[in-house]
Design a protein around this ligand. Structure first.
Ligand code: 5GP
Ligand code: ZN
Length: 138
C-alpha cells in the first residue's frame, strides 16, 4: 500500500527520478540527495510503512540481507573499508521522511565520524529499573 502524499512512495514507484542502485518487486535503493559519504544509499520499500514498528514480516526478512549485499557492493565497487546501517524512527531519533528507510553509508579508514555518541553513566540500580521498564512493555 502506498501513501499519496509521500515523497518516498513516489520515488520508490519511479514517479520521481532518482539515482537507482537496485530495484526489485519490493524495494528501490537510491543514492541519498545529501550524502553523509560518497555512495550513501537509502533502501526504500515500495509499500508505505511509517517506520520499523510498521513494516511487515516479508519486508523485515528481506531488508537486512539487501543492506548487507549493498554494503559489500560498496566495498567492492567504491573501495570503502566498512559501512554503517542507520535506521531512524521518529523525529526525536532524526527521522525526517516518515516512510521507513534504511541508510547504507560507506565508510573509509580515517574518514569523519558519522554515527557517534558520548558514553553516559548509570548506576546498577538505574540500569535494572530501565531494563524492567522496557521488559514490562514488551
Ligand atoms: P532520515 O533523516 O529520515 O533518516 O533520512 C532521510 C534522508 O533522505 C536524508 O538523508 C535526506 O538527505 C534524504 N532525502 C530527503 N529527500 C530526498 C529526496 O527527494 N531524494 C533523495 N534521493 N534523498 C532524499
Ligand atoms: Zn511512503
Amino acid at each position: 500500500m502506498r501513501k499519496d502524499d509521500c515523497i518516498f512512495c513516489k520515488i520508490a514507484a519511479g514517479e520521481i527520478p532518482s539515482a537507482t542502485v537496485y530495484e526489485d518487486e519490493r524495494f528501490r535503493v537510491i543514492l541519498d540527495l545529501g550524502p553523509a559519504q560518497k555512495g550513501h544509499m537509502l533502501i526504500l520499500p515500495k509499500d508505505h510503512f511509517a517506520d520499523v514498528t510498521e513494516i511487515d514480516s516479508v519486508t523485515a526478512v528481506h531488508v537486512l540481507p539487501l543492506a548487507a549485499r549493498l554494503g559489500a557492493a560498496a566495498k567492492k565497487g567504491l573501495g570503502c573499508d566498512g559501512f554503517n546501517l542507520v535506521q531512524n524512527n521518529g523525529p526525536a531519533a532524526g527521522q525526517t521522511v516518515m516512510h521507513f528507510h534504511m541508510h547504507v553509508i560507506p565508510r573509509w579508514d580515517g574518514g569523519p565520524e558519522i554515527v557517534a555518541w558520548t558514553p553516559g553513566e548509570q548506576t546498577a540500580e538505574e540500569r535494572e529499573e530501565t531494563a524492567a521498564a522496557i521488559r514490562e512493555a514488551l
